[in-house]
Design a protein around this ligand. Structure first.
Ligand code: SAM
Length: 482
């Protein structure tokens, strides 16, 4: 094992680690060095594994070391913002002076390992992650629980909905248990679905994103509702094969089973390309409470993806953008993959004729897989069901994004007792790109590019960039302006 510490003039040091053939395992190293000729203070907390390998790789290129250093300051500031804590309170909780705290939060000094651990205890964050953006487990992908995440209370909420005679079974409940996750995968394998997924315009998306991130050559891909993260992983792999970039992958999902598969799938590529992967088990509706976990280095651009129609299944997408996405910085990118409207949202007859969700021509295999997936939470949690009848309706009146309409699926459940219950079990919207773009603009997301894809142009990918929609100070709109 060879490790060399390289110090730039007046800068925090960068650690270059070269790995070569060896046998054994070496864990948790703390490097602490002080240079007498300058005031260099460095701590590097690394987990190094030595294996029987014959290749040599360079770990953390110099620019990566500096973003890690800056990341600590921003992570602390963001933690305080989201928890509404004063610097004095956090300094007191960590048992350090306010002055020392400010030096750290302003990025002026890198704290000692002991101070980092104190800050870790005070914020309840892994000190390795807090300081360097990786946990003590090194780069090995692993799952972190988002603070406050409680799957048991979600199940309680579902059961209380099901106790009533009528109600809405939110999309989230379909993926919560492993059977639900399994049925989602079965649906993905189904030919109608898989042919749409196969035609996803990945190359166009990569060209578009590469042009944006080439400006600073670093970015975090943040997969919201990533499922097994197939597309996030393909995206980051392809971005890396074109050119060596400083990328990280952050995955967020509510399903342990799907996220577990995502972590396994990303493990190999993470090691091969030295890409840190962080998987968060959490509810994206509560994102503002733990956005600081999505590494808030303000210099790093975030490419936030919502693949697989996740956005279109939200009850209120506008509220989602306003409440759950307000942590996004100016310049961040949001990639939305949604179903496209078959025609004008006001033309009922034409929608019923052209939207394939209302088509009787879809095969039995599709209906079986969709039926199993959609009715899963009912079948698994209600006793003595004799029959479930599914109905699909068009909803043109309650969608919040202009030009969109929804396909609402409801289930009539019959029981042995003769009783029946009625639940809404699916709510999926379809969008018109121009109208979606115009509404997103008013919400602070500007369209960069949009692509239709799939048989009958059923899929739609929109790439949006965060901008500040508030009018600039001092520039009031002119009265009576046309
Ligand atoms: C329609 S699937 C899409 C999965 C994946 N993106 C794909 O393209 O295959 C929706 C995903 O969002 C996740 N999800 C749904 N509601 C969620 C929530 N409130 N918080 C976090 N993840 C959620 C589900 O577990 C599921 O993996």
């Amino acid at each position: 094992m060879l490790a060399s510490l390289v110090m730039d003039k007046g800068r925090s040091p960068n650690l270059h680690l070269v790995r070569c053939g060896a046998v054994g395992k070496l864990t948790a190293f703390l490097f602490w060095g002080q240079c007498s000729c300058g005031r260099y203070l460095c701590n590097t907390f690394l987990k190094v594994r030595l294996r029987l390998t014959v290749y040599v790789i360079q770990w953390y290129p110099p620019q990566m070391a500096s973003w890690r250093y800056l990341g600590l300051a921003e992570r602390l500031a963001q933690f305080r913002r989201t928890h509404q804590l004063s610097a004095a309170t956090l300094a007191r909780a960590a048992g350090i002076s306010l002055r020392a705290y400010y030096l750290i939060e302003n990025g002026k000094v890198m704290p000692s390992m002991e101070t980092l651990e104190r800050l870790g205890r005070a914020t309840k964050l892994d000190p390795g992650w807090l300081g360097f953006g990786v946990s003590a487990n090194g780069l090995a992908p692993h799952i972190t629980f988002a603070p406050g995440f409680d799957s048991d209370s979600l199940i309680s909420d579902l059961l209380s909905v099901l106790r009533g005679n009528t109600g809405v079974v939110d999309d989230v409940y379909k993926y919560l248990d492993s059977t639900g996750a399994h049925e989602w995968r079965a649906l993905l394998q189904q030919q109608d679905f898989s042919s749409v997924v196969a035609s996803f315009p990945m190359q166009e998306l990569i060209d578009c994103l590469a042009a944006i991130i080439d400006v600073d050559d670093s970015a975090d891909i943040v997969g919201l509702g990533c499922g097994t993260a197939e597309r996030e992983i393909t995206l980051i792999k392809k971005l890396l094969t074109r050119r060596r970039r400083n990328l990280r992958l952050q995955l967020l999902d509510i399903s342990v089973s799907l996220l577990g598969s995502a972590v396994q799938a990303s493990d190999e590529f993470s090691r091969a390309h030295c890409v840190p992967v962080m998987a968060l088990l959490g509810n994206f509706h509560n994102l503002p409470e733990y956005a600081h976990l999505l590494t808030g280095d303000y210099q790093r651009r975030r490419i936030i993806t919502m693949f697989g129609y996740t956005f279109s299944n939200l009850d209120n997408e506008v509220q989602f953008l306003r409440r759950s996405m307000r942590w996004a910085n100016e310049g961040d990118i949001l990639v939305l993959d949604v179903p496209a409207a078959a025609t004008d949202s006001s033309d009922r007859a034409e929608i019923l004729r052209r939207d394939k969700s209302f088509s009787k021509r879809r095969g039995g295999e599709w209906h079986n897989a969709a039926f199993r997936f959609l009715t899963g939470p009912l079948r698994r949690n209600l006793d003595r069901i004799t029959d479930i009848k599914i109905e699909t309706e068009l909803d043109q009146t309650s969608c919040v994004i202009p030009g969109s309409y929804a396909v609402m699926t409801s289930a009539l459940v019959q029981f042995h007792s003769g009783e029946s219950k009625h639940f809404v079990i699916g709510y999926s919207k379809r969008y018109d790109l121009t109208k979606l773009a115009s509404h997103m603009e008013s919400e602070g997301w500007r369209l960069i590019n949009g692509y239709h894809y799939g048989p009958g142009n059923f899929g739609l990918v929109g790439v949006f960039q965060r901008h500040d929609p508030r009018p600039k100070r001092g520039r009031r709109p002119k009265k009576n302006a046309p």
